[in-house]
Write a protein that binds this ligand. Sequence first.
Ligand code: HEC
Ligand code: HEC
Ligand code: HEC
Length: 198
Amino acid sequence: MAMSPERGFIGVPAYEAVPDFCGRCHIGVKEDYLLSAHGQAIAEGGANCVTCHGNHVVVKAGPEIINPEDCSQCHGYGQAGEIKAAIVKTDEMLASLAENLGFMGKKGIAVKSMESETFALRNDFRRLFHSVNVEKISNETADFQQRGMAIQQKIDAVQTELDQRKLIGGVVTGLLVLASLICFLIRKTYQQEEDGSS
Ligand code: HEC
Ligand code: HEC
Ligand code: HEC
């Protein structure tokens, strides 16, 4: 039944048609893929989208997909390993940004704009792998690191401001406590004087 045309089944795309099939929605990835060694060699067995991602069970995409078992089926692992090393660094940075922003969001701090920046950074970065070009990936990794650091600096700035506000709040509270203590002592002194005179 799942393969009945009445239910909208349009057939299994041919191996070489898969990038167009998935690329209807994943436009950016498709662009990078078509220019890559894989896209260029698709007629000679270059890996296509489904080779690495599966078809119906599209699993969470991340650097784990790059591993000797899956990537050595058609060629050596050397360049794949270099690419993975470069990607993992940025992946960790993105995870730490997301964690920091999540933490701040929970405290009620406005993080929307920093979150959208991180989201855009993440989307641009996730495309990069598909070029499977070691040089391009190492060069652009520096750029991505810088963009990530810029977001982290904004996070740090907000944190510093909060710490300062806390400090000022603390000082003000301290002064108020001191003032009420002085008031109390003055009143007590007057009361004692009144008691003494009566
Ligand atoms: C009709 C549009 C559409 C088509 C066609 C499509 N996808 Fe997607 N895909 C999406 C959307 C939307 C998401 C994002 C879901 C989200 O962000 O939670 C997604 C997510 C993904 C992810 C990320 C999974 C993750 O959470 O890390 C991968 C990988 C992926 N798709 C691969 C493919 C592959 C391979 C094909 C072709 C077999 C394909 N997609 C076809 C719309 C599509
Ligand atoms: C050689 C293996 C390989 C091929 C071929 C491949 N991908 Fe990927 N894809 C990956 C890896 C690895 C990642 C994760 C990269 C990262 O962590 O930065 C990824 C990430 C993605 C994501 C990002 C998911 C997210 O979290 O936003 C999408 C979408 C995606 N691929 C779709 C496609 C589509 C569509 C094609 C075909 C045009 C394709 N991929 C071809 C290995 C592959
Ligand atoms: C289905 C076969 C197949 C699989 C699986 C495959 N590749 Fe490829 N790959 C190719 C072909 C074909 C080429 C182009 C000819 C060549 O350079 O060997 C290529 C080329 C490459 C290149 C060389 C790029 C260049 O500019 O010289 C890299 C890097 C690469 N693949 C990475 C990967 C990674 C990473 C994986 C695993 C996520 C992977 N490949 C899985 C078929 C495959």
